[in-house]
Design a protein around this ligand. Structure first.
Ligand SMILES: [Zn+2]
Length: 175
């Protein structure tokens, strides 16, 4: 296990910002840098700028954990609690899925799991889509798309994320 590294995702949209802490207890700094770049690129694709800074105050936290709790169903890769907002991503589960079925995407899929969970956290409702990053389960085509940076948020998800980020900013400043 590497040292605990903490990063803040600052979403900027229309010059408004929402902050998310990403605490990765598992991966190397190199792997985290790669994931951060991929996550930023995914969100840039829907018009949301992501900046990474040192973690201070955040509106919610994503924690990458080494292993899932024993009570978690076998196919669960991550969990998102909406109130309070808290996201856990289980590295052992993601690794097991990828090694078994899609070894070629091992280095990139983790960022998509983070993006998917961020999608839940930002949208603030429990829902999935038929297309794109917010599908409940990715298939072989989706994993292939990741390899070529072609897997994206479907437009309804992108629109909802943009809308929620703006709403969240207004709420957090009390205006
Ligand atoms: Zn989900």
């Amino acid at each position: 296990m590497v040292g605990r590294l903490v990063f803040v995702l600052t979403f900027a949209i229309n010059a408004q910002e929402a902050r998310v802490c990403l605490v990765d207890e598992v991966h190397s700094e190199k792997a985290q840098n790669r994931d951060k770049a991929t996550v930023a690129s995914i969100f840039r694709g829907i018009g949301v700028e992501v900046r990474w800074e040192e973690c201070a105050i955040s509106e919610f936290e994503i924690r990458v954990k080494a292993s899932a709790p024993a009570v978690a169903r076998e196919d669960v890769l991550a969990t998102t609690r909406l109130a309070p907002r808290e996201v856990s991503v289980y590295a052992d589960r993601v690794r097991a899925l990828l090694v078994k079925s899609h070894p070629a995407v091992q280095n990139i899929a983790f960022a998509y799991v983070i993006a998917h969970e961020l999608g839940h956290a930002i949208q603030g409702v429990a829902r999935h889509s038929d297309e794109g990053i917010m599908k409940p389960r990715w298939n072989a085509d989706d994993f292939s798309a990741m390899l070529f940076h072609q897997l994206r948020f479907a437009e309804p998800d992108a629109a909802m994320i943009r809308q929620r980020l703006a709403v969240q900013y207004v709420a957090s400043t009390g205006r």
